[in-house]
Design a protein around this ligand. Structure first.
Ligand SMILES: [Zn+2]
Length: 239
């Protein structure tokens, strides 16, 4: 299956929190095919369970219009940077052959995010080495290196290298996010409070998009960092 964008996340709600408006815009406005690969089931999360997160991530995927959503079942909190983890990610990159890969923030409050970010970046490089052989479902895979890896920004502030105007997709982002009913603000929930379960968190998400929108002249934007110098085709490409 070939997709345009393959978005990786340490936990099933990371992409929804950070850049789901960009995803929804790419699918609805630009007709792009997008798939998600969640590295873990988020089984160590304070609220909900691996099973409820699975149902919620499927509901969110259906709402956004994803082509596929895969879970690699690495160990939440304790997945390691080794060949086994890299190979599982490389297999997905070669299977989906994306032009663009999205990965976790390079640095964040949750230590899994920075580790996942580095793992996915390295896997994108190794996926392009034809002498590193992998098979998936019994089929030998061909090498594929994505054209670009962009890191979304989640909890801690990271200065973005570019921002995407998502002003028309803020409500849809909130709908995708709130598919994760056990994780975010629900006044009737009896589960323990967490740093992301209060109304202040959804307010923060909106404020962050406002902050990234302001310098590009948009009402709302989502920011990304790049690993290589970002090029433009023309001086007039910037909005
Ligand atoms: Zn996370």
């Amino acid at each position: 299956m070939k997709v345009d964008i393959l978005a990786f996340a340490a936990h099933p709600d990371d992409v929804e929190i950070s850049c789901s408006a960009t995803i929804i815009k790419s699918i609805r406005e630009e007709n792009k095919k997008v798939a998600f690969v969640d590295l873990t089931q988020g089984e160590l999360g304070t609220r909900g369970t691996a099973e409820t997160l699975k149902q919620e991530s499927e509901a969110s995927a259906a709402f956004m219009g994803l082509s596929a959503r895969v879970n690699l079942h690495l160990r939440d909190g304790f997945f390691v940077h080794d060949e086994d983890s890299l190979r599982k990610i490389i297999e997905q990159i070669r299977f989906f052959q994306p032009e663009i890969v999205l990965a976790n923030s390079i640095y964040d409050r949750h230590p899994d995010h920075g580790r996942a970010s580095k793992l996915v970046s390295e896997a994108c490089f190794y996926a392009g080495l034809r002498k590193y052989e992998t098979t998936l479902n019994g089929e030998k895979q061909t090498a594929h290196r994505p054209k670009a890896v962009y890191h979304y920004i989640q909890d801690r502030y990271v200065k973005p290298d570019f921002a995407v105007d998502v002003s028309n997709y803020v409500d849809d982002k909130m709908k995708a996010l709130l598919s994760f009913k056990t994780q975010f603000f629900d006044p009737n929930s009896t589960e323990p409070k967490t740093p992301i379960s209060g109304k202040d968190f959804t307010d923060f998400i909106l404020a962050r998009m406002r902050e990234f929108g302001r310098p590009i002249g948009a009402d709302y934007a989502e920011g990304f960092t790049v690993e290589r110098l970002a090029g433009v085709r023309s001086l007039f490409d910037l909005i």
